[in-house]
Design a protein around this ligand. Structure first.
Ligand SMILES: C[S@@+](CC[C@H](N)C(=O)[O-])C[C@H]1O[C@@H](n2cnc3c(N)ncnc32)[C@H](O)[C@@H]1O
Length: 296
């Protein structure tokens, strides 16, 4: 295993600052099986691209409740190490709990904003980030922090949401939530505010992800599209998932009364019927996957 320079004093969460994602932590964790199935293929390819294997030290950024962290830990084995980081103490506590329950002692956690990781010079062999980078208001800062945490020639792979046009179920739900919340600029495909920094599809702007990776100093950079449809029994099941786990939607609807929120969620179910299939419900999603290398 590559010798790690970072030090994690314990597996305990010490940062007590709350974050909006704290409110979605339990919901995201309780839908672990759905999320795992949804992202399984994309995740394994991301880990392949980062060349994660036995004995490596791996940084997992915006790790959430740790679904991909457990996959990484199993790949690196007992001789490897995984540091799972996230800005939300509540969701990261669940990642730690899940790793402990799975008997994966090679996992440690550290509450950290991706934009200020503070892990420069740590010499990680590889880093990954699954569906987290687009939430950074400055993804460039985050990418620089990640590159600095890698050893020379260390590999980075990440998944983010692609464009609004290619993620119509996200576009529909965001637009509906914004309408109900009285925000006039609903997220419509092609609208420039769809790419507002820190929002769900902010890195779906054509060419942006590649440019940011290059500007952050990575080499051998490539970005490709990945189809990742989500299958559920019905639109209602999908909205059940969103209302407990989708922090961006929860935040948009937060000012509404309980009855108004209920109305908004119901409206989303209606709108999402267009994705019904003979065997249930399938929401199209297109992700972008990057692979990048830290320079020598
Ligand atoms: C959609 S969840 C993905 C979680 C996990 N990677 C997965 O795929 O299951 C997004 C995660 O990004 C985290 N996050 C959002 N903004 C962040 C930031 N600035 N720095 C680090 N993590 C962040 C949230 O707390 C949340 O856990």
């Amino acid at each position: 295993m590559g010798q790690l320079a970072f030090s994690v004093t314990s597996n305990a969460i010490t940062d007590t600052h709350s974050h909006p994602w704290d409110a979605a932590a339990a919901g995201w964790n309780s839908h672990a099986a759905l999320i795992h199935d949804w992202l399984q293929d994309a995740t394994q390819t991301m880990l392949d691209e980062a060349r994660i294997g036995p004995g490596l030290s791996v940084l997992d950024i915006a790790a959430g409740a740790g679904d991909q962290t457990l996959d990484i830990a199993r790949r690196v084995g007992d001789a490897g190490r995984v540091l799972a980081t996230d800005v939300s103490p509540a969701i990261l506590a669940l990642a730690q709990k899940n790793a402990q329950a799975a008997g994966l002692a090679q996992v440690s956690t550290q509450v950290a904003d991706a934009q200020s990781l503070g892990l420069a010079g740590s010499g990680f062999d590889a880093a990954v980030c699954r569906l987290g980078l687009m939430f950074c208001r400055s993804p460039l800062l985050a990418l620089r922090e990640i590159r600095a945490a890698l050893k020379p020639h260390g590999r980075f792979s990440a998944l983010v949401f692609g464009s609004p046009q290619r993620n119509p179920c996200l576009t529909v739900t965001l637009a509906t939530a914004r309408q109900h919340a009285g925000r006039v600029n609903a997220v419509l495909p092609g609208a420039t505010h769809a790419f507002e920094p820190g929002t769900l599809m902010s890195l779906g702007q054509p060419g942006l992800f590649l440019e940011l990776l290059q500007t952050a100093g990575f080499v051998d950079v490539a970005v490709s599209t990945v189809s990742a449809p989500m299958h559920t029994l019905s639109a209602t099941h999908y909205v059940d998932f969103l209302r407990s786990s989708a922090s961006p939607l929860i935040e948009i609807l937060a000012p509404l009364s309980a009855a108004e929120k209920q109305h908004a969620w119901h409206d989303m179910i209606e709108q999402l019927q267009i994705f019904n299939t003979p065997s249930g419900w399938t929401g199209p999603n297109e992700l972008l996957r990057c692979v990048a290398v830290s320079p020598a």
